[in-house]
Design a protein around this ligand. Sequence first.
Ligand code: KIV
Length: 267
Amino acid sequence: MKKTKTILDIRRMKVEGEKITVLTAYDYPFARLMDLAGIDMILVGDSVGTVVAGYDNTLPVTLEEMLYHTRAVVRGTSSALVVTDMPFLSYQVDLAEARRNAGRLIKEGGAQAVKLEGGENIAATIRAIVDMDIPVVGHIGLTPQSIHRMGGFRVQGKEDLQARQLLADARAVEQAGAFALVLEGIPAPLAREITETVSIPTIGIGAGVHCDGQVLVIHDILGLCEKYSPKFVKRFADVSETISQGISDYIREVKAGTFPDDEHSFK
Ligand code: KIV
């Protein structure tokens, strides 16, 4: 019987002051490695569109793609809580569609919770999904699905008016029934104020150290994504070099006719 973390464990960690660790994963091997390492929560992010599929932003990612990646991650996980992103256009059109799509990510994908971007504007949708007993994580601040409104990937909440709106957004998401809230790309003092205001755990990405937990994109922390590296990303390992070396060695040995040798051939 799997001993999987639940949303109750995640909520309790805030109360007990234990930091919550979250990373993104999109496939079985990465999910398995981070699960074995003891990660608390895995996010199947729609960042799969940028770091795996090579798009410039997350907007093209479809529900079917999220289902595929969610199933792979769930198969690699035995202890972490798996949360999956609702991609652009899967929850914005109307409540019925949002509920059906959230339900599919749980029923067909096997995730334990879904994540939606937005604050006051999306509170009714969060409530509609929570009312189906599907746990929801909110996501405010720099919300990548709103890239065109924001005019690019920019830190949000620097001005007073924006900061007050983000506080209102955080309260709206909490009141709508979300069990946790991602704070992305906002000043650290504002993230601290939001964290102290809401009772649900905040998970920061580019939001400073005072959030209840942290999330980063796995490709970023391993140095697998050269294209774009925001200030808040820390490289905890650089595996590109190792991968490139392995590929070059393979090419060299095949060209030279030294692979496969006897050890790697059938008699
Ligand atoms: O898609 C994603 O990876 C995310 C995190 C960066 C929070 O939403």
